[in-house]
Design a protein around this ligand. Sequence first.
Ligand code: IMP
Ligand code: MG
Length: 187
Amino acid sequence: MRAAEREFTEYTGGEPLGHVVYSASQIADCVARMGADIAAAYPPDADILMLGLLKGSFVFLGDLVRQIRRPLQVDFLVASSYGKGTTSSGNVELLYDPRAPMAGRHIILVEDIVDSGTTLNQLCGALVDRGPASFEICALLHKRIAPDLEWEPRWVGFDAPNEFLVGYGLDHGEDFRHLPFIACPRT
Ligand code: IMP
Ligand code: MG
């Protein structure tokens, strides 16, 4: 068994699962680059609000904001589009709406992965309606399979394979979010 596979089974309680797609160090390099790009994209006095789309973005957001060396604020949105399966239900439910005001501010929506695009298509219009000074999306992974994505992410970490991925915040039936790397499970 290779080292990465052994590491994987420690996190799953011994169950052998798939293969590692992005290692922890590949992700760390990518997130550092994205953080520097975001910091450089705004004037020094811009009032930035990073909105993490939970639950999937929690690990990415935590790492990303620590790579953005400038003032900003953080809040969350909770949306649910997937049940326990591996395909989108096509229905996005907003379970938590941030209290933070958005009018006149620079909003960056932080998403773990863009798959069918349903989540972004259903949420972005409602956020833009709140009158931010600018609205951008930052996604760690993009499968590039969304048929009609109305808002393209300005920052994308990796163009992901069209496979179901877990780890670094991504789950399968709520499992595997805590993996420090991204893997393709055997389902
Ligand atoms: P979309 O609405 O189909 O674009 O999917 C968006 C949400 O579905 C993401 O924020 C994830 O929470 C979840 N999702 C999509 N693809 C995957 C995957 O490969 N693994 C785990 N979750 C996924
Ligand atoms: Mg999910």
